[in-house]
Design a protein around this ligand. Structure first.
Ligand code: ATP
Length: 234
């Protein structure tokens, strides 16, 4: 038998108020995998991440993390299981310095990276330690957002469009960071529109349409970019 997945999403339903958005999302993620959720705008990718971390108002079905059922748990308990979320809008404190952002809650928990480890992974954040968030480039903000989550000791990291609006050279830098995390045993679920980037780091694509999984594509045999593009309607 294959080992227990780190994350198992089964028949997940989700709503915004009366609006039924997730219709039986089902997929597993093994420990150490990098999986990219792929699909058109509005397919339900962000909503899936929000349902996993427990901030979607209404959800039903099953989401287990290391075998623990999280449906019905408050978001902070799910976070304590080691699930970290970096939202598309990044969620950093713009008025505070890099270092302050890294020492505020969510704070260092067992297994989390200390400042030294963070600065080794993100040398440019070290250089900018005293700069206010408002002075950071988009790429630096994204790195700071990821760094804040790494402080918490989460080993399952959900990234929502981490490369959005970033210059190609910074996108490459983010890819390197994710590869590093993968090598260190982190598990990553990624929502991404930049297919070239996703293809450079994901082991597998899960294709989402109208709130359900319609396909899964392994990236191991080098799937073709045009095949993935077809799923995005571009
Ligand atoms: P995108 O790339 O546009 O974020 P997505 O696949 O992540 O696409 P979701 O953001 O999960 O899609 O949206 C799924 C559906 O839920 C869409 O129809 C969207 O309009 C709807 N939706 C998203 N956020 C809300 C909200 N806060 N309230 C009501 N409906 C929402």
């Amino acid at each position: 038998a294959s080992p227990q997945p780190l994350l198992s999403v089964q028949a997940l339903e989700g709503w915004y108020g009366e609006s039924h958005v997730l219709h039986g999302m089902t997929f597993d993620v093994a420990s150490g995998e990098v999986v990219s959720l792929l699909g058109r705008n509005g397919a339900g990718k962000t909503t899936t991440l929000r349902a996993i971390i427990g901030v979607l108002g209404k959800r039903r079905g099953s989401v287990t993390c290391a075998g623990v059922e999280t449906i019905g748990m408050p978001a902070r308990s799910i976070a304590r299981l080691g699930v970290g979320y970096v939202p598309e809008e990044r969620g950093i404190f713009a008025g505070l310095s890099v270092q302050e952002n890294l020492t505020l809650p969510p704070k260092l928990r067992p297994g989390g990276m200390d400042l030294e480890q963070i600065y080794r992974l993100f040398p440019n954040l070290k250089e900018r330690a005293r700069s206010p968030g408002t002075k950071l480039s988009g790429g630096e903000q994204q790195m700071l957002a990821i760094a804040r989550i790494l402080r918490t000791g989460s080993k399952l990291i959900l990234l929502d469009e981490p490369t959005e609006g970033l210059a190609p050279v910074i996108v490459e830098r983010i890819a390197e960071v994710i590869q590093r995390l993968k090598a260190d045993g982190y598990t990553i679920i990624l929502v991404e529109q930049n297919l070239r980037f996703a293809q450079s780091i994901a082991g597998r694509f899960v294709v989402v349409e109208q709130g359900r999984v319609v396909d899964a594509i392994s990236n191991e045999s080098g799937c073709r970019l045009h095949q993935l593009h077809a799923y995005l309607g571009v």
